[in-house]
Ligand binder design. Structure first.
Ligand SMILES: [Zn+2]
Length: 66
C-alpha cells in the first residue's frame, strides 16, 4: 500500500475514490488519512464486528482513526 485512502472521520468508511467529496453513508465531508487497519463488512446484519463498531452498511471501515 503506497497511498492511504481517505477515511470518513465520522463513521470510519474507507473512501477509495479520490473524486468523492463526501461520505456516501453519513454525508460527512471531513476526511482523514491517519488510520490503522480496516475491516470489510459484507453482511452487516450478521457480522459481529459490524455490531461492535455499530455499522449498518456494507463496505470497508477503518478500525482506528487519528
Ligand atoms: Zn461517514
Amino acid at each position: 500500500m503506497t497511498k492511504k485512502s481517505n477515511i470518513c472521520k465520522k463513521c470510519g468508511y474507507v473512501i477509495d475514490d479520490e473524486e468523492m467529496k463526501e461520505c456516501p453513508i453519513c454525508n460527512n465531508n471531513k476526511f482523514t488519512t491517519f488510520w490503522q487497519g480496516y475491516t470489510i463488512i459484507v453482511n452487516p446484519e450478521k457480522s459481529e464486528v459490524a455490531k461492535i463498531l455499530n455499522i449498518n452498511h456494507k463496505g470497508k471501515f477503518a478500525l482506528r482513526i487519528g
